[in-house]
Design a protein around this ligand. Structure first.
Ligand code: PGA
Length: 273
């Protein structure tokens, strides 16, 4: 069995200015340092990533210096590397400012900014090409769910983005988040069983594209109204390797509680290969 890490990621969306972001980071680092077992589990068994507003990446990175407890990610990038694209974030610029990860295809980008699967595929491919780790987000809307289209939507979203890179490239680390749109920011989180089913489907599709070893390696997250009180129900499912947390990640104490839940679930997870 392959030992997959747990990834606990906080998507701050358009929240927190520089001052608040730095205060959060200081308390997060202090909180991790004060929990010996958590400190020892990060980053070998538990990865932590924060996705702040792009403008706050650089000051956060500066505060961390060589600190390896917390990774940073950018919420959106353009597939072009530079050029006349006012308001967009470039991949090299984000990396220089400290981003290691990028969210690609988040439901707010799909549904508010009308990003298509094809654009998301270009963003994903460009991240891979230039060394930023993309976290692909997929998930069905409430009407797609009520029409019984959940599996078809997830399959389409995963296949459009991953077919090409998985068939042509050698991807070491792959991250996909299942985030049902109806669960995001609503308090109406998916049941652990439903989340497990959809995360399993994602792994199955990856297996069909790239073989069982890649399927075993992919880190599949659940996201949608996660908080410390429901985090454990997901992390104890076989095949759910982490959480993408929005609202609850804005509070450092709550975020540390979610990390502690992840720590408590480590013993039940797959052991060494
Ligand atoms: P939520 O957001 O935890 O506030 O539901 C999750 C997300 O948008 O990634």
């Amino acid at each position: 069995m392959i030992k997959r890490k747990i990834l606990i990621a906080g998507n701050w969306k358009m929240n927190k200015g520089a001052g608040e972001s730095l205060e959060f980071l200081e308390s997060l680092i202090r909180g991790i340092e004060s929990e010996k077992e958590l400190r020892e589990a990060i980053p070998d068994r538990i990865l932590t990533a924060i996705f702040p507003q792009a403008v706050n990446l650089y000051p956060m990175k500066q505060l961390m210096k060589e600190e390896s407890f917390v990774s940073l990610g950018i919420q959106n990038i353009h597939w072009e590397i530079s050029g006349p694209l006012t308001g967009e974030n470039s991949i090299p610029g984000s990396m220089e400012s400290g981003a290691e990860f990028a969210l690609v295809g988040h439901s707010e980008r799909r549904h508010i900014f009308m990003e298509t699967d094809e654009e998301i595929a270009r963003k994903f491919g460009s991240c891979l090409k230039h060394g930023l780790k993309p976290v692909l987000c997929v998930g069905e809307t409430v009407s797609e769910r009520s029409r019984g289209e959940t599996e078809a939507v997830i399959s389409r979203q995963v296949l459009t983005v991953l077919s090409n890179p998985l068939q042509t490239g050698n991807i070491d680390e792959l991250f996909v988040a299942y985030e049902p749109v109806w669960a995001i920011g609503t308090g109406d989180n998916a049941t652990a069983a439903d989340a497990m089913k959809c995360c399993g489907l994602i792994r199955e599709i990856i297996g069909s594209l790239a073989g069982s070893v890649s399927a075993e390696r992919v880190i599949v997250l659940y996201g949608g109204s996660v908080k410390s009180s429901n985090a454990g129900s997901y992390l104890e499912q076989d095949g759910i390797d982490g959480l993408l947390v929005g609202g609850a990640s804005l509070d450092p104490g709550e975020f540390i509680n979610i990390l502690l839940v992840a720590l408590s679930k480590l013993p039940g997870r797959c052991q060494d290969q």
